[in-house]
Design a protein around this ligand. Structure first.
Ligand SMILES: [Zn+2]
Length: 55
């Protein structure tokens, strides 16, 4: 999960949204902070995690 600093605060963005929304992220000038591997994190764009969690 990528963490970006945005005008609305820090946002997590999953790997697939990071690729799909690359233009939007650049356009909005979101600043990349760091990556974190944590299956509990949820993407602020699609609401999903980086990984499927199986019960
Ligand atoms: Zn996403």
């Amino acid at each position: 999960m990528h963490l970006f600093e945005t005008e609305e605060g820090d946002k997590w963005v999953c790997v697939s949204c990071g690729q799909e929304q690359a233009e939007l992220i650049e356009e909005k000038k979101w600043e990349f902070i760091f990556d974190k591997d944590n299956p509990m994190l949820r993407c602020s764009i699609c609401g999903q995690g980086d990984y499927e969690i199986e019960d």
